[in-house]
Design a binder for this molecule. Sequence first.
Ligand code: HMG
Length: 486
Amino acid sequence: MGHLKQDSKKSVGIDAIAVHVPRLYVDLSGEWAQARAATFSEGDVAQLVGKVKKGVGVEHMAVPDAHEDSATLAAMAAVKAIQNAGIDPKDIGYVAVGTETTVDQSKSIAAYVLGMIERRFNVQMPDVGAPQFQFACIGATYALEAAVNMFRAEEHTKPYALVIATDVSKYPLLTAGEYTQGAGAVAMLVCENPRLLAIDPKTAATVTRDERDFFRPNGLQTAVVDGKYSIDVYLDCMTLAADRYLERARAAFNKPGARIDELASHLLFHVPFPRMAEYAALRILGDAWRKDSRIKDEIVREVPLITDTNIDKDPKARKAYEKQLADSAFFRHFFATTIEPSLTLSRKIGNIYSGSLYLALASLLESTENRASLAGQRIALLSYGSGASARVFSGTFVDPAHAYIPHAATDLKNEQDGGRRVALSVKDYERLHSGPKSEDSTTPGSLLQPAESLRAPKNEFALTRVGAEQSAQKTDTGYRYYEWMK
Ligand code: HMG
């Protein structure tokens, strides 16, 4: 277990965090499974449900309504973070958004979000920086790094920075990516002496390599992915970044030889789907444990393959070892206590791309009954974006009992149970997935008016129209108009 070591310098990190997800969702064990079994499991509905729920680890996926996009989701999360933290929006000097599903090819989505925040709180915030960070799912981590470093360099002009991760994950229907979609945003307020999580200095490690595992060429609405290969690239990059992190962290914390699970009480992963966190834990800890005689001797009785000397050379030997380890009581207990609490939201929401790692943080806070018990504990955050880059860093909880009021769980309650969630029929889901339709197929989707909402927007930001004027007086073709809907 890692504990907070007080540094004489000011700490910098996350003061407050808030999650926003669309109210619409697809229940992957309902009508969707009936409709897709012919494609995915030769008509066997139970087999498909078992695979999606157990094998992949998702139960529901959030789907945006026609008036929602990455900008409205981001603004909603931002408003919640500002309100939860009880701060004045004028105290924010930097709004950085990480997204890979932006709404414009040129304009920073952060500028749209800023406009919505200004209108919602009836304030002017002209003196802020508002960049967009893009690198698949790791974009928000780069945004967080920039915000944290701004405070460390004492270049900030206001007490807070706002970092938002927002995305709508979309794969073509009837492909294996379909059940790993989702949508949502996570907003984080960054400042000095944060109440939630102090980010450890001089420990983060980043690796990048030019890869083709997942990308979205200009003009395409859905991602191109080589599913199994993307898992391999994730594991390779993450392992490398975790090794580099460990080298720096051991030195920074003066803990030579410590393993990552000794430095951190919880490991939070980028979660494209919950089983991925298990694959990554098996790879990273499986390697750490078999190379450390202090723990290897404890595991060997249950996992004799831990002594196999071919693991590094032979992928089959590695697979067999990781399978045996996965089935062991030792690993199951470790996973249940150290990683599972960070996966509960993702099982109900799906992949929210750049926000997935931060959804894991919110999830850990939501599912820890006694949040005060987390104070002083160090967590490792393992971020990944396809294409491909991984960054591993860590942080230490300060006062998680008071700093954060989780809301996502109540947002995930169904309407008939007093929540705001609405299950989608397959027909409505497919209509929303295809986006607005044009009479002539030459008009790009971004110039079309939003389609009719399934549920009229209420107490939320909505995309109300897309500009269509091109005259001597005014040009706004394709500009997106967002309004707060009472
Ligand atoms: P698939 O073909 O659906 O899955 O692809 P599978 O056939 O490999 O089965 C998955 C697991 O389910 C297996 O478990 C099966 O045995 C098990 P394992 O052998 O691995 O332990 N299974 C069952 N379990 C229980 N009951 C059953 C049953 N049937 C089978 N009845 C895949 C899965 C994830 C590849 C696919 O959904 C996909 O392509 N998804 C999109 C890509 C993706 O998410 N990649 C992740 C890594 S890349 C990343 O994280 C970046 C990303 O977020 C984007 C970004 O950075 O911007 C994606």
